[in-house]
Each structure stands twice: as structure tokens, then as C-alpha cells.
Design a protein around this ligand. Structure first.
Ligand code: EPU
Length: 415
């Protein structure tokens, strides 16, 4: 793991335009899904982030040919071999578990190590396993390895006790070749799930209802290749909008789908952030006199838990008491301890935090404990007086494409 640090000298006004890259959380599902194809899949505009590098390593282990051509990835799975996934790359990201659904779907058997990912408190995969079992798989867990096997996969109705993004995606992939019809009830509705369904359907799958709480998958015999452009990253977009609200004079955030950001935009409006929303861009102006607000994280279309952390930084600038209720990951508050080191006044409760604002922030040494904690700290460092050094910055590079270059182009003092 790299020891890389990010150093930011704060309080530089940001101006100009930033282009949002394609969605990390869509890309990390689309790439494993390519192993379901019998022909080449070309993905356009794939973000330059370390999670993609880890997935490429896993594809290489499976003998899948992958080429980077500028921003595109050309993936040819025609010589694929279903080997045990046990390298360090499995533990570097959560999304490695999408190979479980994809390889089970294609080969009816898969063996892999327990996935890794950000430490956000407990992250069970019981709902994924419930779905695989319902389709006919037997599951063994031994010394950190899952082994899944089915003589055949048969479509069925699967009810998710929680609308889990990961379980919905994994079950969709496992079910594409299952006999008959699978219906996922209480499915997650995130835009990344629609993107996966769009790509799989281009490859020849029969999936309907993605984006609603009932997804129907009619099993097919095989899938071909396709060309697919990934949706913009709504979390990266939200992060730059928050950064703009915190310290820009005027900033345009380009390549966004404003509909994917509705909950955030409405909250920011309530805080008093001045914005103009275009078809595929959002202009944000310097906003003084921000008001405190209460937020609750929810599955899409509610406010994304991934934006809760950078939004907390903005709340330190708002006048009054802001309250955050985290319903997805009740322990996702490590960023608050780091923000307090910088001068914030945040009380951490059970599944909640209370931000007393406004408080000036001061540069110091802080640690990115996870990806979005890193985003919260970058935002804080841009606001803060003096120099901030963020350690364990590798978390940030897992999900934010060219963040140093993008911020430097906007006028930030970052290296
Ligand atoms: N859950 C279960 N059992 C399961 C699966 C999930 O109890 O089998 C619970 C989780 O513990 C959590 C909740 O359900 O409390 C939501 O988990 P979900 O499965 O929806 O999340 P995920 O698929 O593990 C994805 C994103 C996360 C994002 C969440 C919520 C990817 C690779 N990850 O995780 O993104 O926070 O959905 O929107 O798509 C990030 O990008 O920083 C990140 C953590």
C-alpha cells in the first residue's frame, strides 16, 4: 500500500471548469460483468483510478485480455479461464465480489477470497449469498475463501431485506444465464444498476425494471460483446459541487446528470448555496451565510451516504447546528474525528453526528481513513488556513480521477 500524502495550502479561491469522470461504482460493476460476454466489450471513458487497476489485475488472473486505449478499456474474454481469485487485488476493493456473481453465472462455480474495501463498519454479504442460494448455488466458506457451486441455476423470486446495491448487481449477473425468470424484489434503484442493465441488455440479456424496486431477468443462452459509455460519476460530481460551495468564486461542474444529484442539490439550496443547473452542468457561485441543515442518508433517490462525509465539511461553515443521521453505514463517521483535529466542532453519536458551526478550520496533519473521508478532508484542506497534509491518500486515488490535476487547474495549491 502506498504511503502517498496530499499536501494542500488552503484558502485559494477556485475558479473555472471541472469535467467529471465516469462513475467508479458503475465501472467496478461493468468490468466484472464483461466476463459474461463471449466477445470483446469496449468501455468508453473509464476513470483513471486505482480500483480499475485492481480489477484489471483480476481480469488478467482470469486470462482475460485487457487493453487501455486512452480513456477506453477493450476487454476480450474469449480465452477466459475460471481460476481461483486469491491475489492481493481481491482485498484492495469491495467490488472484487462482483466476480462472484459473474463467474457463478458463467461457470456455475467460483472460488474466491473474501472481498476488501473501505472500512465503514460491518459490511456483510448475506443478501448476495441469499440470492445465489435461491438460484440454486451451494456455498462453502473456509479459511477466508468462498466456494460457490450449482449444478444448474434456476430463476426464482428473490426478496432483498435491504435494497443493497451490491446484492442487486451480483444477483443480476448470476441470473442472466439462469433457466427461466428471476425477479429481484426490493432491488436497489441506484443509477449504476440501470447502467449495468443497459450494458448487459446490449450484450443480449433480457433485463427489465432496473431503476425500480422489481427487476426481472429472463435467462438467455449466451451474451455477445458490445460498446458502452459509462454514466458520469454522481459522487465525484457531488464532491466538486460541495468543494465549489465551500471555496469557489465561480465554478462550472461539467458532465453531470443533475437528476442523479437531486437530493444533494435540494439540501444545498436549503443551505443557501447559489447554483444554476444546466442540462449537463452545474454552475456554483461563492455562497456566504450558509445555513445549518439536517440530513439523513438513504438509498437512492435519497441523499447518498458517500456524500455525507464531504457535506459534513461544508456544514462546518454553516451558521447553527447541523445534524447528520446515517442510515446506511451507522459507523461512517471517522472523518469527523479528523475534521475536529482541524478545528471543527462535531459530536459523534450512534449513527449520527452534530455539527456546531461555523468554525474556522486550520491546516494540520490528518489521515484519510477511507475514500470519502479523504474527500471530506480535501474539501476541509481547501477551506483551511495554512497547510494540511493528508496521509493514506491512496484511499482517495481509489475513487477520484486525477484529483490533484483537476483541483490545480481550478487554482488550488495542491501537490
Ligand atoms: N448489507 C447487508 N447485507 C448484504 C449487503 C448489504 O446487510 O448482503 C447492508 C450493508 O451493511 C449496508 C447496506 O446494506 O448497511 C447498504 O449496503 P450496499 O450493499 O447497498 O452497499 P455496497 O454495495 O457494499 C455500494 C457502494 C458504496 C456505497 C453503497 C451505498 C460500490 C462498489 N460501493 O456499496 O460506495 O456507499 O453502495 O450506496 O458500488 C464509495 O464509493 O465510497 C462506497 C463505499
Amino acid at each position: 500500500m502506498s504511503e502517498e500524502n496530499i499536501r494542500i495550502r488552503g484558502q485559494r479561491p477556485l475558479n473555472g471548469e471541472v469535467r467529471i469522470s465516469s462513475s467508479k461504482n458503475a465501472a467496478v460493476a461493468l468490468i466484472p460483468a464483461t466476463v459474461l460476454a463471449s466477445d470483446t466489450v469496449t468501455l468508453y471513458d473509464v476513470p483513471h483510478i486505482s480500483d480499475i487497476i485492481a480489477l484489471r489485475e483480476l481480469l488478467a488472473e482470469l486470462n482475460v485480455e485487457v487493453k487501455r486505449d486512452g480513456d477506453s478499456l477493450i476487454i476480450n474474454p474469449s480465452e477466459i479461464k475460471n481460476t481461483v481469485l486469491e491475489s492481493d487485488a481481491v482485498s484492495r476493493l469491495r467490488a472484487s465480489y462482483y466476480f462472484m456473481g459473474a463467474l457463478l453465472g458463467r461457470y456455475k462455480t467460483v472460488k474466491m477470497k473474501m472481498p476488501g474495501g473501505c472500512d465503514l463498519g460491518p459490511r456483510p454479504i448475506n443478501l448476495h449469498l441469499k440470492g445465489f442460494r435461491a438460484l440454486g448455488a451451494e456455498i462453502d466458506y473456509d479459511e477466508g475463501f468462498y466456494t460457490l457451486h450449482a449444478d444448474e441455476l434456476i430463476g426464482t423470486d428473490i426478496y432483498l431485506d435491504f435494497a443493497s446495491v451490491g446484492a442487486t448487481i451480483n444477483i443480476m449477473m448470476a441470473a442472466v444465464f439462469a433457466k427461466g425468470r428471476t425477479v429481484i424484489e426490493n432491488a436497489a434503484k441506484e443509477p449504476e444498476i440501470i447502467d449495468l442493465s443497459t450494458m448487459l441488455n446490449k450484450m443480449g440479456a433480457q433485463i427489465r425494471g432496473a431503476g425500480t424496486s422489481a427487476i426481472t431477468i429472463d435467462g438467455v443462452e449466451s451474451l455477445g460483446g458490445c460498446k458502452h459509455e459509462i454514466i458520469p460519476d454522481r459522487i465525484e460530481a457531488g464532491t466538486y459541487i460541495i468543494i465549489a460551495a465551500a471555496c469557489a468564486e465561480k465554478m462550472r461542474i461539467k458532465n453531470v446528470i443533475p437528476l442523479h444529484l437531486e437530493a444533494l442539490l435540494m439540501k444545498l439550496e436549503e443551505m443557501g448555496v447559489k447554483m444554476e443547473i444546466g442540462d449537463d452542468y452545474i454552475d456554483v457561485c461563492k455562497s456566504d451565510d450558509l445555513k445549518a441543515v439536517d440530513v439523513k442518508t438513504l438509498p437512492y433517490p435519497g441523499l447518498a451516504t458517500d456524500l455525507q462525509q464531504p457535506l459534513t465539511t461544508l456544514m462546518t461553515k454553516a451558521v447553527g447546528i447541523s445534524r447528520v443521521k446515517e442510515t446506511i453505514y451507522p459507523e461512517r463517521f471517522k472523518h469527523c474525528e479528523q475534521l475536529n483535529r482541524m478545528g471543527a466542532d462535531i459530536e459523534i453519536g450512534t449513527g449520527s453526528s452534530v455539527i456546531n458551526g461555523p468554525t474556522p478550520l486550520y491546516g494540520c496533519k490528518v489521515k484519510a481513513t477511507d475514500l470519502r473521508c479523504g474527500a471530506a478532508l480535501v474539501t476541509a484542506a481547501l477551506i483551511a488556513k495554512g497547510e494540511t497534509v493528508i496521509s493514506d491518500a491512496y484511499h482517495i486515488f481509489r475513487g477520484y480521477d486525477s484529483i490533484k490535476e483537476k483541483l490545480r487547474a481550478l487554482g488550488a495549491d495542491i501537490d
